[in-house]
Design a protein around this ligand. Structure first.
Ligand SMILES: Nc1ncnc2c1ncn2[C@@H]1O[C@H](COP(=O)(O)OP(=O)(O)OP(=O)(O)O)[C@@H](O)[C@H]1O
Ligand SMILES: [Mg+2]
Length: 308
């Protein structure tokens, strides 16, 4: 992988090249996701990734930034996120100092001072504006993470940004990106995102990986894990996802659990170890008490039966 941040890599020319590029950064992808990423890059359209927690949505943006050698600009969404935190804000303390200094010097023109303190010098750029004013020839990767946590007025605002890659600052005017950033939007679907936002994006639902792909992910992310352990871990997690739990384990949990088992020097699963380490996989007491004991033993028996 190139490391010189000053040299942005060119975009991949095919779906295969896209998958290979992601794989170089240890992101194991199915063809449908590689296709969506490829098209988003080629068409300059935002990529909208929806899916359960821990399935690798955010990671797509991080990996694109690394492999394409672009700056990653991240906007973490939350309830109440406003323009001052997402786009820009005037630097009031500096403006006040400027006014005091002008007063001390005996202000020449009030209008001139007004224009001066509302110039780009006093602008604090937040992620969306930073993403529009990227380095020449190397538009950044803009990650708008967990959009479902914001409220609708903010989504409406995003529309302008996503359709024209521009923002309007009343005191300055419209700032338009010379080159559109590579945009990745993620959502955990705690609520539906407005159609108008989705329409501007290419959409992909990121699903839990199948066993083969999840094994490949564990192999890459936890290289110290014994092969037998990794196979059992993956098979066990895949089975857990078929039972009715409040919160199913994502890929992140599979990786965590594998790491925990490696820390415990385990080469294979056994019922006691599974019971004692369930907290790496399941994060709700109801789920843990449902699985711990006989259910875990049953799943483990099935896993062993299938793997031998
Ligand atoms: N396909 C994959 N290939 C390699 N690693 C993966 C893959 N999917 C997930 N991971 C790993 O799983 C972890 C969680 O991924 P990520 O943070 O992207 O999940 P997410 O979908 O954004 O979750 P959340 O909704 O909780 O934010 C990361 O460490 C990531 O490297
Ligand atoms: Mg995420």
């Amino acid at each position: 992988m190139p490391t010189d941040a000053a040299v942005p890599s060119t975009l991949p020319n095919s779906i295969d090249e896209t998958a290979a590029m992601l794989a170089r950064a240890d992101y194991v992808t199915e063809r449908s996701l590689a296709t969506a990423v490829f098209l988003a890059l080629r068409m300059g359209r935002p990529l909208f990734l929806e899916g359960e927690a821990g399935v690798g949505k955010t990671e797509v943006a991080k990996v694109l930034s690394r492999t394409l050698n672009r700056r990653l600009v991240r906007l973490q969404c939350y309830e109440g996120l406003d323009i001052a935190s997402a786009v820009y804000e005037w630097n009031y303390p500096r403006q006040m100092i400027e006014i005091r200094l002008a007063e001390a010097a005996g202000i020449e023109s009030r209008e001139g001072l007004g224009q001066d303190i509302f110039s780009e010098r006093f602008l604090i750029r937040r992620p969306l504006l930073q993403a529009l004013q990227g380095d020449p020839g190397a538009a950044p990767v803009l990650l708008i993470d967990e959009l479902d946590r914001t409220d609708e007025p903010f989504e409406a605002y995003l529309l302008e940004v996503l359709s024209d890659f521009q923002v309007t600052i009343p005191e300055i005017g419209t700032i338009k990106a010379d080159e559109a950033p590579i945009v990745v939007i993620t959502s955990n679907r705690t609520r539906e995102i407005h159609d108008a936002v989705k329409r501007r994006c290419l959409y992909h639902w990121v699903d839990y990986p199948n066993a083969a792909r999840e094994f490949e992910i564990v192999r890459r992310k936890v290289p110290g894990a014994a092969e037998r352990l990794s196979r059992e871990v993956v098979a066990f997690v895949q089975k857990l996802r078929t039972i009715d739990l409040f919160k199913l384990p994502g890929v992140a949990e599979t990786i965590d659990w594998s790491k925990a088992l490696v820390e415990l020097d385990k080469l294979a699963l056994d019922p006691d170890t599974v019971n004692d380490t369930l907290g790496a996989l399941l994060k709700y007491q109801d789920d843990i008490s449902r699985v711990r004991g006989s259910e875990a033993a049953r799943l483990l028996d099935e896993v062993r039966g299938e793997l031998t």
